[in-house]
Design a protein around this ligand. Structure first.
Ligand code: SAM
Length: 203
């Protein structure tokens, strides 16, 4: 997976490549799908949700530019796979999921895999999670109609947000940097994510 889908597609950060070789993706999906766990596509995780394509996970992680002393907020825990990867790159991760069953499964899975620096929260992450703010990095793994204001408020100075923004069918990955009072936005890759449902997301 790492050699043919990720390294071959301009993901060059050695830390990310190493972590993606180490985290067992098959642990994050239903046993019935184990034989396709490492294929080049998103996979269903129940409740109409998905674990993202490995390349998209790698791309978003590289855009996020995570350092070892960072506190990261992830919105959209899903299976917990992205959170597990971030946990090996950052100091700590707060990950927020709105669907109770996915929250519970991810929490148990991350505990079993010794991702001790991850806090899993059940909440509407479209308004961020102000209890542990500020965050050095914020990653949203569901698609938003606009940039949620709360995420900017909860971001440290010099912090970065990576988020898919667009309509219900397709989006662009945006990277947002906070530099004092200035917010710089860059639009990148076209992507297709499940919707961010909530107060500052889709209704
Ligand atoms: N990062 C996940 C992984 O590694 O498996 C994949 C995330 S999946 C593409 C999107 C997730 O966002 C779903 O689990 C969905 O329930 C969740 N979600 C949607 N709206 C949300 C919200 N407002 N707050 C928290 N989670 C939300």
């Amino acid at each position: 997976m790492v050699e043919t889908q990720i390294k071959a597609r301009r993901i060059t950060d050695e830390r990310i490549l190493k972590v993606m070789k180490e985290i067992p993706r098959h642990e994050f999906i239903d046993g019935a799908l184990e034989s396709v766990a490492y294929q080049d596509s998103p996979l269903p995780i129940g409740y109409g949700q998905t674990i993202s394509q490995p390349f998209i996970v790698a791309l978003m992680t590289q855009l996020l530019d995570v350092k070892e002393d960072h506190k990261v907020l992830e919105i959209g825990t899903g299976s917990g796979y992205q959170a597990a990867i971030l946990s090996k790159l950052a100091m700590s991760v707060v990950t927020v999921e709105r669907i109770p069953e996915l929250y519970q499964e991810a929490k148990e899975r991350l505990y079993r895999l010794n991702c001790d620096n991850v806090i899993v929260v059940k909440a509407d992450g479209s308004i961020g999670y102000k209890e542990y703010a500020p965050y050095d990095r914020v990653i949203v793994t569901a698609s938003a109609p606009k940039l949620p204001e709360a995420l900017i408020e909860q971001l440290s100075d010099q912090g970065l947000i990576v988020i898919p923004i667009g309509n219900r069918i397709s989006q662009r990955l945006e990277t947002i940097k906070k530099d004092g009072d200035t917010i710089r936005r860059e639009r990148g890759e076209g992507v297709i994510f499940v919707p961010l449902i909530g107060k500052e997301g889709w209704q």
